[in-house]
Unconditional design. Structure first.
Length: 211
């Protein structure tokens, strides 16, 4: 409707422009006739044509004023059309917001979020339990291997220390000047020249190696 009125106003302004141009041409013709009649000395005709010239110029001004008024109305219609378009856009946005608000169920969304948080915590707990179980299953073999390595290292160190101690012991068959070497008739409990304490330690080490 507004667009139709806009077209009608534009047509009216074009018609006014055409009429104004005709009036301006008529004004020029009247001026030329007045000059011609004045040269011929026909003053009565000059006065009548002068009054016609005044009326013509007055009509030209009226056409210009009317066109200006129509332009103002056209501008108002254009403004109204823009406002109407903006209102229609706001109407569409309002409908979309209403539809979205109807679809949004806050209690349901809260329940969904709470359930999500609950399931997430359950999953974290299960993951922690599984990790602990896997660590326990893998830790037995690893701990046993590490324990064996520590025992072997300790035994090796003890064996080395024992060898150093044994190498530092005095020989049982040392020669004394001016005396004959005495040969033992029987081997004591600590064989190979070892004392009872050293022999007991050596036996324990042997038992540990066999185990």
């Amino acid at each position: 409707m507004l667009r139709k009125n806009q077209r009608a106003l534009n047509k009216a302004m074009r018609d006014l422009d055409r009429e104004r141009m005709k009036m301006e041409q008529q004004e020029k013709k009247i001026i030329a006739d007045i000059k011609k009649m004045a040269k011929e000395g026909q003053m009565d005709a000059v006065k009548i044509m002068a009054r016609d010239l005044v009326r013509t110029r007055r009509y030209v001004k009226k056409f210009m004023l009317m066109k200006a008024n129509i332009q103002a109305v056209s501008l108002k219609i254009q403004t109204l059309r823009s406002q109407n378009a903006m209102a229609q856009a706001m109407k569409g946005v309002t409908k979309a917001m209403q539809s979205m608000n109807r679809q949004l169920n806050l209690p349901q969304i809260q329940r969904i979020l709470q359930e999500f948080e609950k399931q997430s915590e359950i999953m974290d707990m299960k993951e922690e339990v599984m990790n602990d179980a896997i660590d326990d299953a893998m830790a037995d073999d690893a701990d046993e291997e590490e324990s064996d390595a520590i025992v072997n290292q300790v035994l090796d160190e003890l064996g080395l220390q024992l060898g150093d101690q044994l190498s530092g012991l005095p020989s049982t068959a040392s020669s004394v000047p001016g005396q004959a070497v005495k040969q033992p008739t029987a081997v004591p409990a600590g064989a190979n020249g070892l004392s009872d304490a050293d022999a007991d330690l050596q036996a324990r080490l042997d038992n540990l190696r066999r185990e």
